[in-house]
Design a protein around this ligand. Sequence first.
Ligand code: AMP
Ligand code: MG
Length: 491
Amino acid sequence: MPIHIPFDNTYARLPDRFYARVAPTRVAAPRLLRVNSALAEQLGIDPGSLGGSETADVFSGNTVPEGAEPIALAYAGHQFGGFSPQLGDGRAILLGEVVGRDGQRRDVQLKGSGPTPFSRRGDGRAALGPVLREYLVSEAMAALGIPTSRTLAAVATGETVVRETLLPGAVLTRVAASHIRVGTFQYFAARSDLEAVQTLADYVIARHYPDAASAGNPYRVLLDGVIARQADLLARWVLVGFIHGVMNTDNTAISGETIDYGPCAFMDAYDPAAVFSSIDTAGRYAYANQPRIAHWNLARLAEAMLPLLGDGQDAGLASAQEALAAFGPRFEAAYFGGLRRKIGLETEQDGDTALVQDLLARMAENAADFTLTFRRLCAAAAGPEGDAAVRALFADAGAYDGWASGWRARLAAESVPPQVRADAMRRINPAIIPRNHLVEAALAAALQDDFGPFEALLDATAQPFKDWPGFEQYGLPPAQVDPSYRTFCGT
Ligand code: AMP
Ligand code: MG
């Protein structure tokens, strides 16, 4: 049965200067590594048609499926604070869009599919390791319920790519609400192409923020919407200990999804200053800096949209500033609300913020594992017999005890049956995240052509809130945390 992808493309109808039409470059020997049948089904692709050699051909770019209109998107971006007026899809090609069974329109994009007019000095290719990392982490984020691009397939190319060393090549098929970025707006603003900025804004409203269309100032409502979704997204990230690693404006999606998984990682021990990316030497994108950076990126979006926000510079600026001022309170509400729920509180009382901040301070001082502390608190919420397991995570066990007494007193102010509370906490505090040592072990095995650990980790992280007998190994931090652990972009 041939693979049928029900394409319904709209971005390729936008003016020519929004993209370059470019076909994927053939690869030598495509071999399917994994295809996401559940996601395929959601997209209206028959999972029964997947798995054969045609699958490797389609998801490597060797066969361009019917209905695809391959394009590389134009965008600009601030990278580590410095502006590049032209970036664009240098190693990604959008095949087209699909309206899924849920009525949602999504992009289907190949990453690592060969050079495009935006490749600059790059080869347009991706290495196996970063492709598998993106597969693991994006699917784990989806399982955690966090807005994110997804992974439909990974294919080995049978070719090598030249990085610091020779590495096996691969192509990832990414599915996202769209690939429109803050940097897409910046691309046109930098060219003083106001007509294109407006066309893009109208397109984004129709695709992602339809409620804005009927508002008095649709563009302001659009900006408000992007700011709100980013604030919520950033809260979701920090509440699971996620560090994106490269929060450049070209990696900030207008849809509010997490995109562009590069040197990303989850923390083991709680450390607000945690950085894993090898290229982030100044710690610009450190764990606790992320909300501030998102706000900065949104200010760049507001700048690019300024002429749409009001008549004249002053009116536009005033509107932009008002919109941006909403980010902080929105983030804090989502963050502290999330933290309250993580420690089992259903209501909000004075002192709750201080209570969770005190816990975090003690966790930081005692190098307590972020994920496990909250997971083990679930049992402790049901009764003090759960305390020992939490206490064991703190370098000084007394640091936990000193907090737990106040926490118990606060819990007692809510009349929730302990077991009900513990179960509710287990639905939001994951047991399993793709921990760095497990990801590294899976990638190292894959480089030796053993995909067993990759498959097993993918399966384990697909059910993050369940205690699986036999899967305890996936929930534990490494015996020894490597302080020099770094992740690489692979670019
Ligand atoms: P990223 O770090 O993946 O977000 O990429 C930043 C920019 O560099 C984007 O414009 C990419 O398309 C481009 N880029 C990254 N890697 C490559 C590559 N191997 N070949 C061509 N362009 C690349
Ligand atoms: Mg990028």
